[in-house]
Ligand binder design. Structure first.
Ligand code: ADE
Ligand code: ZN
Length: 324
C-alpha cells in the first residue's frame, strides 16, 4: 500500500513554501548570508521544534525566514521543494507564499516572487511538474497592509492564481479582510482562507468565509462538520477543503482521520496536503500513508482524496480533464 501511495500521481494544494525550509538549507543560507542562528547544527535546530499549537509553531516558522534574503534564496527554497515533490510523484502543486513575512524585514516583493517564479519555470521544463502560486496575507497584520501587498502584487498578476489568508486566527476573522478579498476577486483572482482546526470562533470564521467572502476553497475547515448547515453549503457549492492531517497532529494532537472519512461520506471534497512539511517532518506521501496506517482509511478512500485534489484544483477545465 505504501508503494501504491508513493507512485500514485498526486496534486498538492496546501503547502506554504516557507514551510518547506529544511534545516540543512537554513544552515546553508545562514552561512551564505552571514545570519546567526540560535543552534550549532541542523540536528539541534530540529530538536528545538517543540511546537504544540498554532502560535508556538508560527513563532519558530517566522524566525527561521530571516535566512531568506536574495532572489536566489527563494529560487533554492522553491526548487528544493519541487524536486522533493516530484520524487513523491506530485505532478501538480498550488503553493502558498507569505510576502509580508519578507517585505516587513526589508526584502522586496519583486525579489521574492522572481526567485519563486524562476524555480517554477525550471521545474516545469526539467521535472515536468506544473505549479501555480497563491499569495497569502498574514491575518495578524492590518487590512491596510494586506491591501498594500495586493497592490504590490498586481503587476505580477499573471504569475498568481489566487489569494489566501494565514497566520494567527485569534481575533483576526475573515471579515477583517472583506475589502481586500473583494478587490482580489474583481482582479480575477481565486479566493481561499485558512480556518485551522479548533481555533477561536472557528465556526463563525467558516460561516464568514462562505457568506461574506465567498471563498472558492477553505484551507483545513475540519470544524465545519460540527454544523450541518455549513456542511450542506460546502457540499452544494462543491468547495474543496485542504486538510493537513500531520499538521493537525502537531497543532491539535490528532490526525483527524475520522473527520476526513466523515467528509467523504457526506460528499464534501476533502483533499490531503502537507502544510509545512519541513517542520512537521512529513511531505504528501507521509500524510497519506499515516491516514492509511494509523487512521485506518481504505485504499478507496485514499484514492478518492487524491482524485479530489485534481477536481478542486484551480485549473482550466481542459488541463483538469487531462489529469483526471
Ligand atoms: N502559516 C504557515 N502554516 C500555517 C498554518 N498551518 N496555519 C496558519 N498559518 C500558517
Ligand atoms: Zn496552512
Amino acid at each position: 500500500m505504501n508503494a501504491f501511495i508513493a507512485h500514485l500521481p498526486k496534486a498538492e494544494l496546501h503547502v506554504h513554501l516557507e514551510g518547506t525550509l529544511e534545516p540543512e538549507l537554513s544552515f546553508a543560507l545562514a552561512r551564505k548570508n552571514g545570519v546567526a542562528l540560535d543552534y550549532d547544527t541542523p540536528e539541534a535546530l530540529l530538536a528545538a521544534y517543540n511546537f504544540h499549537d498554532l502560535p508556538s509553531f508560527l513563532s519558530i516558522y517566522y524566525k527561521a525566514m530571516n535566512v531568506l534574503q536574495h532572489e536566489d534564496d527563494f529560487f533554492e527554497l522553491t526548487w528544493q521543494y519541487l524536486a522533493k515533490a516530484r520524487e513523491q510523484h506530485v505532478i501538480y502543486a498550488e503553493m502558498f507564499f507569505d510576502p509580508q513575512a519578507h517585505t516587513s524585514r526589508g526584502v522586496a516583493f519583486d525579489t521574492v516572487i522572481r526567485g519563486i517564479r524562476r524555480a517554477q519555470e525550471r521545474a516545469r521544463a526539467e521535472l515536468g511538474i506544473d505549479t501555480q502560486l497563491i499569495l497569502c496575507f498574514l491575518r495578524d497584520m492590518s487590512a491596510e497592509s494586506a491591501m498594500q501587498t495586493l497592490e504590490q502584487a498586481l503587476p505580477y498578476k499573471k504569475w498568481i492564481v489566487g489569494v489566501g489568508l494565514d497566520s494567527d486566527e485569534k481575533n483576526n476573522p475573515p471579515v477583517k479582510f472583506a475589502e481586500v478579498f473583494a478587490r482580489a476577486r474583481r482582479e480575477g483572482l481565486r479566493l481561499t482562507m485558512h480556518c485551522d482546526v479548533n481555533q477561536q470562533n472557528t465556526l463563525t470564521h467558516i460561516d464568514q468565509c462562505l457568506d461574506v467572502i465567498g471563498v472558492d476553497r477553505i484551507d483545513h475547515g475540519v470544524n465545519s462538520l460540527e454544523d450541518p448547515l455549513l456542511c450542506k453549503t460546502i457540499r452544494e457549492r462543491g468547495l474543496g477543503l485542504t486538510v493537513c492531517p500531520i499538521s493537525n497532529r502537531f497543532v491539535v494532537q490528532n490526525l483527524t482521520a475520522p473527520e476526513i472519512q466523515r467528509m467523504l461520506q457526506l460528499g464534501m471534497r476533502a483533499t490531503i496536503n502537507s502544510d509545512d512539511p519541513a517542520y512537521f517532518r512529513a511531505y504528501l506521501n507521509e500524510n497519506l500513508t499515516a491516514l492509511h496506517d494509523e487512521g485506518g482509511l481504505s485504499l478507496a478512500e485514499i484514492v478518492q482524496l487524491v482524485k479530489n485534489s485534481f477536481v478542486v484544483a484551480w485549473l482550466p477545465e481542459e488541463k483538469r480533464a487531462a489529469y483526471l
